[in-house]
Design a protein around this ligand. Structure first.
Ligand SMILES: *[C@@H]1O[C@H](CO)[C@@H](O)[C@H](O)[C@H]1NC(C)=O
Ligand SMILES: *[C@@H]1O[C@H](CO)[C@@H](O)[C@H](O)[C@H]1NC(C)=O
Ligand SMILES: *[C@@H]1O[C@H](CO)[C@@H](O)[C@H](O)[C@H]1NC(C)=O
Ligand SMILES: *[C@H]1O[C@@H](CO)[C@H](O)[C@@H](O)[C@@H]1NC(C)=O
Length: 305
């Protein structure tokens, strides 16, 4: 389908008509899967505090609920617990895209004039990629249910970059938005990018389950990675939640910094600096000298001060 569209447009540009990869009929998925472009570029741009940034988002959990979970508490003991980290708003989607006037979880498209962190990373030659559990193939633009049970599984609203036309209009950007099968492949081949966003499925992120399921998943996913030399290459991992479950609280989410970019002396400590979701961008921008998008990233604190 995508190649036909390119022919019709009759140009060499990689600009595409929008959101053509949404069909969930099994034949359409099989066909698109067979041809979908998937790319795993790497780079080695040395940063000030780390050489790789990984952010992992779970769902809808109050700080106190995560603090009481043994697996999240265990992970905090291996890194730095951020005790004053706030989400931006409610519900989920506006946190994933943070700004751009989106205030609900419904299907949204953000105009191609809106830049993202991807523009800054590419300009500096820092490789990036996303890993979204149970996305059926690289660049898929719809929502996907478990094919046996029909349960919600992969959802577009938990994949912030997919809402930006500046991302989805470029084939080589869609090709870097991949699933967990590709994560395993890229990890085994030592082909992970320097910036990555990881979203577990609706079961593992706690959205349709509980903090206990999310904690079990996070610990079992991260434990082998924390000693895997293909993953740990002066790597900083942020494990966080999109928002709290309760809308009446101050939206403080349980957030942990992990990885070999953290000095051993700081493992098992806490940091009470006021951070929020924009701190992720501020941290990455400062680390690689990327500039900023003049959004909340320009004022948020970076994790390394
Ligand atoms: C993940 O994406 C790759 C690349 O598009 C595809 O070949 C593979 O079948 C997908 N895995 C699953 C489980 O859907
Ligand atoms: C999410 O992934 C896990 C494996 O990591 C799987 O057991 C579970 O069934 C998946 N959830 C859905 C809704 O398919
Ligand atoms: C953000 O970018 C603007 C425009 O490039 C620049 O003037 C400003 O100094 C930057 N702010 C920070 C905190 O880097
Ligand atoms: C968190 O605390 C602030 C204020 O003391 C420091 O400036 C940061 O460097 C620190 N962050 C980390 C990751 O240790």
């Amino acid at each position: 389908m995508r190649f036909q569209l390119l022919f019709i447009m009759g140009t060499a540009t990689s600009t595409l008509a929008q959101t053509q990869y949404t069909s969930t009929a099994s034949s359409a998925v099989a066909k698109a899967r067979a041809t979908a472009l998937t790319e795993s570029p790497t780079s080695n741009v040395v940063g000030e505090s780390f050489n790789r940034f990984v952010t992992i988002w779970c769902e809808n959990t109050d700080y106190s609920m995560a603090a009481a979970d043994t697996n999240f508490a265990y992970l905090a003991s291996q890194g730095i617990l951020l005790t004053n980290y706030l989400a931006i708003t409610h519900p989920s989607q506006p946190n994933y895209v943070a700004a751009h006037g989106i205030s609900s979880d419904s299907f949204s498209r953000i105009s191609s004039s809106s830049e993202t962190i991807v523009d800054l990373l590419e300009a500096a030659g820092v490789s990036w990629g996303e890993y979204q559990e149970d996305m059926p193939y690289s660049g898929f633009e719809g929502n996907y249910v478990n094919q046996k049970t029909g349960a919600n599984d992969y959802v577009r609203k938990h994949n912030g970059l997919m809402s930006y036309d500046s991302v989805t209009s470029k084939l080589d950007r869609l090709a870097k938005i991949k699933n967990f099968t590709m994560f395993d492949t890229d990890l085994a081949n030592n082909q992970l990018p320097q910036w990555m966003f990881i979203t577990p499925n609706m079961t593992n992120d706690g959205h349709d389950t509980s903090v206990t399921t999310a904690g079990n998943w996070a610990r079992s996913f991260l434990t082998p990675l924390l000693s895997n030399s293909n993953f740990m290459q002066k790597t900083l991992v942020l494990l966080t939640f999109d928002e709290t479950e309760s809308y009446t609280s101050n939206n403080q989410v349980y957030s942990i910094l992990l990885g070999d970019a953290i000095p051993a002396s700081l493992r098992g400590t806490t940091n009470g600096t006021a951070f929020n979701h924009y701190s992720q961008m501020a941290t990455v921008e400062k680390n690689w000298g990327l500039g900023n998008l003049s959004l909340g990233d320009a004022t948020a604190a970076s994790f390394f001060g």
